[in-house]
Design a protein around this ligand. Structure first.
Ligand SMILES: [Zn+2]
Length: 350
């Protein structure tokens, strides 16, 4: 019997360019959406309502402003209070895009994400990170129907958001290596296409000139690579192509750190650690983080080494069903030793 060809959901709209926010009306019309709800956070509402809401009147657009720290119950309630819209749109950073994605998923509506920064890959991924019983939890949803990334908006976000995006993207390298490790130990199957896509995404970014992180070419690479990473998770049906031991360290930090840093920043530091533990592309990793100013920025944060040590120890328990390098006690010990001895880590962390 011939194996059926897998069908993969991909965004029908993918616009990454300057000023695309002004074309929202045309895009909605082209895709025959007659009614839409646009979800903002208070900040994006203040800053972008005029740009977004001056779209043509042939489309019936409602707005909804959501504050942060909503949990899954609040979102389900919101989702079913709303009337029926042809499309749900969210504009903002990580949480608001996740809220919109989840509401759209609950209502079985198409979803369009308009990220205002490149700080993580959530705007393109098939799942979202939402509070369940007070804990940030990865909840399945769907790949967005559309992604509109306006480089004009994204380049005006503070540099730390770009650096966080770079940290999150570089983690594809360690994540894929973990996934292969897991397969060698009989604990998982690597989907070859998902793995290839995630690898190509990060490699394409690595070849981009990096001295100016606000350069539109770099931003475009970052966004399109993160989008490819998001699609790779829809192919594999799990987050393994873009999330391995380095993400477990970051999830653990979110639970135990007195002041957790941005997701992509924590992930980036953990990626540097794990690349050295895996002994795979560690030099390249260091160069990217030096050239982009990532390390320089991390030094200003006063993050604590002992919290990273605890997070490395906790990491396997975050996802007990996985088998990353950190699930192997030998490599976990190597990570702890690297944390103690590496001169760069000792400059970055207190
Ligand atoms: Zn991530």
């Amino acid at each position: 019997m011939i194996t059926p060809v897998t069908s993969v959901p991909i965004p029908a709209i993918l616009e990454i360019k300057n000023g695309v926010i002004h074309q929202l009306g045309d895009i909605l019309e082209k895709h025959q959406f007659a009614t839409a709800i646009i979800i903002f956070d208070p900040f994006t509402y203040e800053n972008f309502k005029e740009d977004i809401l001056k779209v043509r009147t042939s489309i019936n657009i409602e707005t909804l402003i959501l504050s942060s720290n909503l949990d899954i119950q609040d979102l389900i309630k919101k989702a079913f209070e709303l009337s029926r819209y042809d499309v749900v749109i969210a504009i903002g950073g990580g949480s608001i895009v996740d809220y919109g994605k989840y509401i759209a998923f609950a209502r079985r509506s198409p979803f369009i994400s308009i990220p205002t920064s490149a700080s993580n890959d959530g705007f393109a991924s098939s799942n979202c990170s939402i509070l369940v019983d007070g804990k940030k939890t990865t909840v399945p949803a769907r790949v967005p129907y559309g992604i509109l990334a306006d480089l004009n908006i994204i380049k005006h976000a503070p540099s730390r958001f770009v650096l966080a995006g770079i940290g999150d993207l570089m983690s594809n390298i360690t994540a894929i290596y973990d996934w292969e490790f897991e397969e060698r130990h009989g604990k998982s199957f690597v989907n070859a296409f998902a793995s290839m896509l995630s690898k190509k995404a990060v490699n394409s970014f690595i070849r981009t000139p990096m001295t100016d992180i606000k350069n539109p070419i770099l931003l475009k690479e970052l966004i399109s690579s993160a989008t490819m990473g998001g699609i790779s998770t829809a192919i594999s049906g799990n987050s393994s192509p873009i999330s391995g031991s380095e993400h477990l360290i970051s999830h653990a930090l979110d639970k135990i750190a007195a002041k957790p840093a941005m997701h992509g920043i924590q992930v980036g530091i953990a990626t540097y650690i794990m690349a050295n533990v895996q002994n795979h592309r560690a030099v390249r990793m260091r160069k990217v983080f030096e050239r982009t100013g990532f390390f320089q920025y991390v030094k200003t944060l006063n993050l604590l080494k002992h919290e990273f040590a605890t997070a490395i120890q906790m990491a396997p328990s975050i996802k007990p069903n996985r088998y990353t390098y950190l699930h192997d006690p030998t490599y976990q010990a190597k990570a702890l030793q690297f944390l103690e001895e590496d001169p760069i880590i000792n400059e970055l962390l207190k």
